[in-house]
Design a protein around this ligand. Sequence first.
Ligand code: ATP
Length: 370
Amino acid sequence: MSTTTPRLEIRNITRAFDGRRVVDDVSFKVMPGQVTCLLGPSGCGKSTTLRVIAGVDMQDTGEIYIDGKLICDTVFRVPPERRSVGLMFQDFALFPHLSVAENVAFGLSGSRAEKRARVEELLRRVDLGRYIDDYPHQLSGGEQQRVALARALAPRPKIMLMDEPFSGLDNRLRDEIRDETLRVLKEEGAAVLLVTHEPDEAMRMADEIALMRRGRIVQQGAPYNLYNAPVDRAAAAFFSDINVIRGKVQGLLTETPFGQFLTPAMPDGSEVDIIIRPQHVKIDFDRNGRGPNPTPEDGVPARAVVERARFMGSESLVEFRMDYDGTVLKATVPAVFLPKPGTPMWLMIRRDRCFVFPSPGQGRAAQVAG
Ligand SMILES: Nc1ncnc2c1ncn2[C@@H]1O[C@H](COP(=O)(O)OP(=O)(O)OP(=O)(O)O)[C@@H](O)[C@H]1O
């Protein structure tokens, strides 16, 4: 068990507006040197959580700790400027009348020489040393973003709070700046809490993801765990397209067109959804009306015809119309694979990549077995 004190810990934070709980009993930790992403759909309460941590809004209940020290509960409150928290938002607005150096030095204390040294160090880090005496309007959007990062990091905050900091940038630039920002944040050793509604961004940046929905954290863990062991169907669907195969539990088993699944945690007679991501659907050719032989890993193949195939850049997405009930199942192939519509094929689903949840409206989730 790790004994490291979390850099940031919030416990049971609740914030309501007009009687509606926008942040509802939220607790999580951010460890030193780690990037934690608060991920969730628009309006789920991410920014409000961040504002409470920054101290620009006040929680109704709950506590905030930095390095194990209480900085805010409903009675005691350290003001925002003394929390050692750096902020970076989408509208990062540099001061237009100050030079790049003056912008970065803005929140710094110390002698002139010390400030200059820190400014030079940071601008070197973000690869903007040559613009030190320029003004913001002389820089591109991406460069301004990097100056804003340097400015936020200049006073060596213990925690960086970032609210959708990359959403104002165009796609190609965004990837580059994200990677660079991550490198600089790691070099500076800051703990980072980054708010985003984009799963790709969270997967790319995070050591840990806290998945938020309707004011609550529904799952927290390494990106790998959230992707591979989602807590419910909505959590699975948040990270990629999903296929849903519905079945009815009979004893310990659920019968599907892809063979029987072991579903021991589900009540007999209930309906379950077997979820599989398109990249875990295997495709095989039709051999005069026959498919491949069933295997323990892939189960029984089911026949389908190609409905549509598209090349997406790094993979091909093929949609199949299933023979058994006419529903559509999607499969991705990491290559150029564009079979003609109407081509008969056979699909298999990898057992170890399936998740089983009760069909909507029924009880709790369980992991697939078998
Ligand atoms: N000061 C406020 N007064 C009233 N309602 C508010 C206030 N601040 C936020 N809300 C409401 O709280 C909910 C959550 O807002 P919040 O900005 O925290 O969500 P979010 O997850 O960050 O979403 P987004 O990504 O769209 O910013 C929204 O319904 C919003 O309208």
